[in-house]
Design a protein around this ligand. Structure first.
Ligand code: ZN
Length: 258
């Protein structure tokens, strides 16, 4: 009796292909996702390096300005020292000494600030060197990953292409109205539009949908056994099939071949 049915067996053949197709698509997307993540990491490190280099330039400019200021003040101190020799009164002499001492205080403040900047610059430059090493490492990882995943991606695309060829043969065997319903559900549940009715022949009080695990009843089983039409789960609306239903034999052979 089952052999004369078309709807569920033809949908089941299609569903099995779509389930495999979906798995291959997911694997392909995951492969690309890993690369995108690695590329983002590399981009972030490169941005860090650019920022560190800009900061280093700024610091170098600031050190240059401080150095110029320092030299000007040191020259001023020299000039004042010379002026000490030509002073005529003690009062004038000690006034210049006060000025020299004030300028010396400025000089030592400047020297301290400059030293701090130079230490910071050294730290920044060390960080940049480390970041460059990290960048090279990640770029190496990416190149390896790209090589490996290209092989795997080619393999996956091959499976997908072959399955799509088999699929286009299967689609023509599904009654039009059933195909319409199936296609709608396929968008809602990619690779998962159909669900087996789960039950034990010894315990027919426990019948459930294999998709959402909600309870079904004997009427669902009887209708699937007796009529060549679609029956859907009331809870999740997946298209139900009985575990005993075989997909179209020719299609299964084609699927295995793929
Ligand atoms: Zn369900």
């Amino acid at each position: 009796m089952m052999a004369s049915f078309v709807t569920i067996p033809s949908l089941l053949a299609l569903f099995r292909i779509d389930r495999d197709l979906h798995e291959y698509q997911i694997a392909l997307e995951a492969l690309l996702k890993d690369q995108v993540a690695l590329e983002a990491k590399i981009g972030a490190i490169a941005a860090d390096i650019a920022q560190q280099e800009a900061a280093a330039l700024k610091l170098q400019a600031s050190i240059g300005a401080q150095d110029l200021d320092l030299k000007t003040r040191q020259a001023h101190i020299e000039k004042m020292r010379e002026a000490l020799n030509s002073t005529k009164t003690n009062k004038e002499y000690s006034a210049i000494l006060v000025q020299i001492s004030a300028e010396k205080a400025e000089v030592s403040k400047l020297e301290a600030a400059m030293l701090e900047n130079m230490e910071q610059l050294e730290k920044d430059q060390a960080a940049t060197v480390a970041a460059r090493e990290q960048l090279a490492l990640q770029q190496g990882l990416l190149a390896t990953a790209q090589g490996e995943s290209e092989t795997r991606a080619t393999e996956l695309r091959g499976h997908i292409d072959r399955l799509n060829v088999v699929r286009s043969g299967c689609v023509t065997k599904v009654p039009a109205e059933a195909l319409k319903q199936y296609d709608r559900l396929r968008r809602k549940y990619p690779g998962d539009a159909m669900a087996p009715v789960e039950f034990d022949d010894d315990d027919l009080d426990n019948i459930s949908c294999g998709g959402c695990f909600m309870a079904l009843n004997m009427e669902d089983v009887n209708q699937l056994r007796g009529r060549d039409e679609i029956r859907r789960c009331n809870a999740c609306s997946r298209i139900l099939y009985l575990p005993e239903t075989q997909a179209n034999e020719k299609t299964r052979a084609g699927e295995q071949h793929a």
